[in-house]
Design a protein around this ligand. Structure first.
Ligand code: GZL
Ligand code: ZN
Length: 376
């Protein structure tokens, strides 16, 4: 809205200039009353411009106040992503006063870049970006900035040369998530006198901040506690790839006793592969499976013990993104980085809590009631 208004104002200003120059005549031909008429026309436009731009939000309200939001979503690779998309669609609905343009990039960055360019062409009011990987965004975010369209990063983070290329970010801290899992595993191994940990790390989408942080959390713990990370391979946050990678790992190694899956869908695939090979998972099994996301299906596996620990990564960012947009609409200051914390869920009560950099995080034992109360 703001941009269109400016264009109208500039046109009016040009009309005044042209008028004075006398379309069809030289500047000194325009009669006095013509100039006066043009000036008052320009004044009207100027007043309109000041009024509208001065209080755009009200102006938006006055003409239906529909706020157009373009959302570039990673894809539909996991239960987490589905819950995230639903949260965004439910929040930016027509009845809530939005025109929501949703684009599924099928986990390809080039599709996200195309989507953002389309949003700029359509002159949306806000762009939401859930970036598949952290790098490669500078050029397209500069185009959005040049077009005066605020960009809010959702979930994973971007690594850009100039952080004025985005207005704000809302999401979770994957390094903290990885550290929570690492400390939980340390405490659990001690409680069960597990001397040797030979770990398979089924990683998320390589280069996404979710994968980078969770992998780092594991590697730090392995270094600190003398664990053996036997193999690291990406499962691309999907169940199919998680199963395929686990099948391959089982063929190559027979000493794995911990499988660190960087999201629930990889864990579902890995568990299928492990059980198909005749091995078992769980507190009394051949392998312990660690996971992230704490989706409903994930916590169901924690209840049975198939997943022994599941670190929450909350996907319900719709209301959080909307809160930022409402503040921007009202001209209020907003935080650049908006962190969302999560719980640690486990099978049984072996570990009460973990402490990371001086902060204690309680562990929640999964029961039917715990699952019943979950929002996703
Ligand atoms: C985490 C998010 C990850 C989830 C996966 O913040 O980016 O992407 O852990 C999802 O389930 O695919
Ligand atoms: Zn049990």
């Amino acid at each position: 809205m703001k941009r269109k208004l400016l264009a109208a104002f500039l046109c009016a200003a040009m009309v005044v200039t042209m008028g004075a120059a006398g379309c069809g005549g030289s500047s000194n031909e325009a009669s006095t009353d013509d100039t006066a008429a043009e000036e008052s026309a320009a004044e009207d436009t100027t007043d309109a411009a000041e009024e509208e731009s001065g209080d755009d939000a009200a102006a938006e309200e006055s003409d239906g106040g529909v706020i157009t939001v373009g959302f570039s979503q990673v894809g539909a690779e996991s239960d987490w992503r589905t819950a995230n998309s639903e949260s965004m669609k439910n929040t930016f609905s027509e009845e809530n006063g939005y025109k929501f343009i949703f684009d599924d990039a099928q986990q390809k960055q080039e599709n996200q870049i195309t989507a953002i360019r389309n949003f700029v062409q359509q002159d949306v009011d806000y762009i939401l970006l859930a970036p598949v990987t952290e790098t490669g965004w500078d050029t397209v975010l500069q185009e959005a900035k040049d077009a005066g369209i605020p960009v809010i990063i959702v979930d994973r983070m971007v690594d850009v040369s100039d952080d004025s290329l985005y207005t704000a970010w809302v999401g979770t801290n994957p390094l903290l998530e990885g550290r929570k899992a690492g400390e939980w595993l340390k405490a659990y191994a001690e409680a069960h006198n597990i001397e040797e940990l030979n770990i398979a790390d089924i990683q998320g989408t390589i280069g996404s901040t979710a994968q980078i942080g969770r992998t780092q959390g594991l590697e730090e713990a392995a270094e600190k506690y003398g664990w053996n990370i036997v193999v690291q391979q990406t499962g691309e946050f999907t169940q199919a790839k998680g199963q395929e990678v686990m099948e391959s790992i089982l063929k190559q190694y027979d000493n794995i006793n911990v499988v660190y899956c960087e999201n629930d869908n990889e864990a579902f695939g890995a568990i299928d592969a492990i059980e198909a090979s005749g091995k078992t998972v769980g507190p009394d099994g051949d392998m312990l499976v660690i996971s992230f996301d704490s989706t409903n299906a994930g916590l169901t596996d924690v209840l049975s013990g198939k997943i022994i620990c599941d670190v929450e990564c909350n996907p319900l960012h719709g209301p959080r993104a909307e809160e930022l947009i409402k503040k921007l609409e009202a001209g209020e200051e907003i935080e650049k980085e908006n962190y969302v914390d999560g719980e640690i869920f486990a099978h049984g009560t072996d570990v009460e809590s973990v402490t990371i950099e001086g902060t204690e995080y309680p562990v929640t034992e999964v029961t039917e009631d715990v699952i019943a109360e979950r929002a996703y």
